[in-house]
Design a protein around this ligand. Structure first.
Ligand code: PMP
Ligand code: GLN
Length: 378
């Protein structure tokens, strides 16, 4: 056979977590919290199991959960999604993203992706025969050059990916970005995939600009979300996607055959847990404290910092320390200094001007202190 993905190896998250484990290093690489999800939520899952919710959930998800998702979006972003026809519960955002791409992308379709980009986007497009059209975001601010995006649009452009708050850079799109994007897409048939898995992790009093707020965008968009990111249980692989009915119908045609439905007991639990908005609204402050602690702890190090505006990742510029390639330096840091991070070239961040590693600060304070002490000595 010939590989459909000849240039794809094992994802960097697996590589770095394995190396961190082998080397006994503090793992600030793969993005997952170093603390557990709320015991109340865990009890709701075990209760759902003992109540007998152990067989297939309905294909689009438990209705009560879809209602809660629609309510949340309506309250936060003032946009109505019908729980029956416009919301699907998924096995994490990764499954939603793959399913969206495979439902719409045909060979030779073009998909515009802002680079650096989260690593699951490109293979999903490639395996379905599509062509990636990359637009580079430039360090240190990573602002989107919307005229470049506009120039990249051709009659073959089928889809555009955005991700706010953005992994790995920690930047967010603002109202002006959304207005520009609305202007560019108006009059086209381009489908927007808006990856908003970090919607509840935005700092410094800023507001998350969901595409749900913008009618021109909402009408052509899938929004993807991840309960793993919001409720500290990435291992449960739960999330959802919302989109207008006609798009969602196409999504479900594929969803029903690539996963059918997601974990039933968790859906029952989230349906109850989401009734209290405090459970997700407190996340901004919780993670802002972590970011601020981490930045304060490393302020005397030789790493240069532009504070993350969202996500639980902080990019650190190591150009004053070494001119090594980022993959090489990340490995050396893990082996010799026992702190693991993610090299950003794997997300296609050009490294000519800036040398960046990504660190996950979703860890308990003690772990952050230990890691920072090491980083200050390098
Ligand atoms: N998109 C982005 C930007 C991510 O960082 C991640 C990692 N959580 C995902 C999608 C995938 O989310 P999930 O773990 O729910 O599949
Ligand atoms: N989203 C996580 C990150 O960016 C990783 C998820 C995964 O390992 N697939 O670190």
């Amino acid at each position: 056979f010939t590989s459909k993905l000849p240039d794809v190896g094992t994802t960097i998250f697996t590589v770095m977590s394995k190396l961190a484990h082998q080397e006994g290093a503090i793992n600030l690489a793969q993005g997952f919290p170093g603390f557990d999800s709320d015991p109340k939520l865990q009890q709701l899952v075990t209760k759902a199991m003992s109540d007998g919710y152990n067989q297939y959930a309905p294909m689009p998800g438990v209705y009560g959960l879809r209602e809660q998702i629609a309510n949340k979006i309506n309250t936060l972003y003032g946009s109505d999604y019908h729980p029956e026809s416009e919301v699907t519960v998924t096995a994490g955002a990764t499954q939603a993203i793959y399913t969206i791409v495979s439902a719409f992308i045909r060979p030779e379709d073009e998909v515009i992706v802002l680079k650096p980009a989260y690593d699951c986007y490109e293979p999903a497009v490639t395996v379905n025969g599509g062509t990636i059209v990359p637009i580079q975001l430039k360090a240190p601010l990573y602002k989107v050059n919307w005229s470049a995006v506009e120039r990249a649009i051709t009659p073959k452009t089928k889809m555009l990916f955005i991700n706010t708050p953005h992994n790995p850079t920690g930047t967010i799109l603002d109202k002006e970005d959304m207005m520009e994007l609305s202007r560019i897409l108006k009059g086209t048939d381009i489908i927007l995939l808006s990856d908003e898995v970090y919607e509840h992790i935005v700092f410094d009093g800023k507001k998350h600009e969901s595409v749900a707020r913008y009618p021109e965008l909402r009408a052509r968009s899938f929004i993807t979300a991840s309960f793993g990111k919001t409720f500290h249980n990435t291992g449960w692989k739960m999330g959802y996607t919302v989109a207008p009915k006609a798009l969602m119908e196409e999504f479900q045609k594929v969803h029903q055959f690539n996963v059918f439905s997601a974990h039933h007991p968790s859906q029952k639990a989230f349906a109850t847990y989401l009734k209290e908005p405090e459970h997700y609204l407190k996340l901004n402050d919780f993670f802002q404290q972590k970011r601020d602690l981490f930045l304060d702890l490393i302020k005397d190090s030789r790493f240069k910092v532009t504070p993350a505006a969202g996500t639980y990742f902080q990019m650190l510029d190591y150009s004053e320390i070494t001119q090594e390639e980022d993959v090489e330096f990340a490995k050396r840091l893990t082996k010799d200094h026992k702190v693991a991070s993610i090299p950003t070239s794997v997300f296609n961040l050009h490294q000519e001007d800036f040398k960046m590693l990504r660190f996950c600060f979703a860890k308990d304070d003690e772990t952050l202190k230990k890691a920072a002490t090491i980083l200050c000595e390098i």
